[in-house]
Design a protein around this ligand. Structure first.
Ligand code: LIP
Length: 276
């Protein structure tokens, strides 16, 4: 008997309801607001979806804790404890959402004792429900996922993002890493505009590796389980162990490609999520 099956079923159901809200809103005029910078966008839909998820989960699991992107933006602490914790990004890919670019996801991760137990990523506009449960595999619309078996970086597709920091020194580092990786050479570089969906693409085998510095725990918690349960691994951008609060991630199909990619990455360390 899985102690968290009920919670996971609830996460899938609420992600579907949230997805309907997102799909309805994408057709309409929306008010766009700014967060950390003029390119870090937020809409009323982000806030509405987060409230829907928190309210519905609280009714069913009143003792559980939350880390939610918009709640943290509104001043709540971002501290991971041993308690069962829902880590929520109501709209991952907000810039895509604002522009009607079709990769927009509701991301719900769940930890107990600081360990990721399950993840649900619903790509609302594509109607793809990605799920991963520790020890039980990962799936997209019910079909089992498996990472690519490729071991050669020069035969690989690499995903990354520019992020929302436009400090020229940071942008230089991002371009420097991209240039090095592109010139290995690799088959191609892509970015879906959603960290969660980039990671689901690693799980599904359509890209071998995704890396980014500057993401937050709510961007990667859910998809982290989906990647590892599809046979992939998570690393830090310096090759060390993945740390959910560090704002750095490499999600990769195998150690060989991971080791090769991290050698090309210019590391930098944004303020940690738990030091905000
Ligand atoms: C976004 C990510 C995107 C990343 C941005 C941002 P949001 O999440 O999914 O890949 O480059 O920095 O974190 O803000 O749309 O939830």
């Amino acid at each position: 008997m899985d102690p968290w099956q009920d919670a996971m079923d609830h996460a899938v159901a609420v992600a579907r309801r949230a997805g309907t809200l997102v799909r309805d809103a994408v057709q309409k005029d929306m008010k766009v607001m700014l967060k950390s910078s003029s390119v870090d966008l937020v809409t009323q839909t982000d806030q509405k979806v987060e409230n829907l998820i928190i309210q519905s989960v609280t009714e069913k699991f009143p003792t559980h804790c939350f880390i939610g992107e918009e709640s943290v933006a509104a001043g709540e602490a971002c501290l991971l404890t041993d308690q069962p914790t829902w880590i929520v990004d109501p709209v991952d890919g907000t810039t895509n959402f604002v522009h009607g670019y079709p990769f927009v996801a509701v991301s719900i991760g769940f930890t107990v004792n600081k360990q990721l137990e399950f993840g649900v990523v619903y790509s609302c506009l594509e109607d793809k429900m990605y799920t991963g449960r520790k020890g039980r595999g990962s799936f997209c619309n019910g079909l089992s996922l498996q990472v690519s078996s490729q071991k050669d970086i020069t035969q690989s597709m690499v995903a990354t993002e520019f992020g929302s920091n436009r400090d020229p020194e940071v942008v230089d580092k991002i371009f420097c890493s991209m240039r090095r990786i592109l010139c290995l050479p690799v088959h191609g570089m892509r970015g879906a505009g959603s960290a969660a969906l980039n990671m689901c693409h690693v799980a599904a085998g359509s890209v071998e590796v995704y890396y980014e510095t500057g993401i937050h725990c709510w961007d990667v918690a859910a998809a982290g389980v989906i990647v590892t349960e599809a046979g992939g691994l998570l690393m830090d951008v310096d090759g060390g162990p993945f740390d959910l609060m560090s704002r750095r991630v490499v999600a990769v199909n195998c150690q060989i490609i991971g080791d090769r990619v991290v050698k090309q990455i210019e590391c930098f360390s944004p303020q940690r999520d738990d030091e905000g």
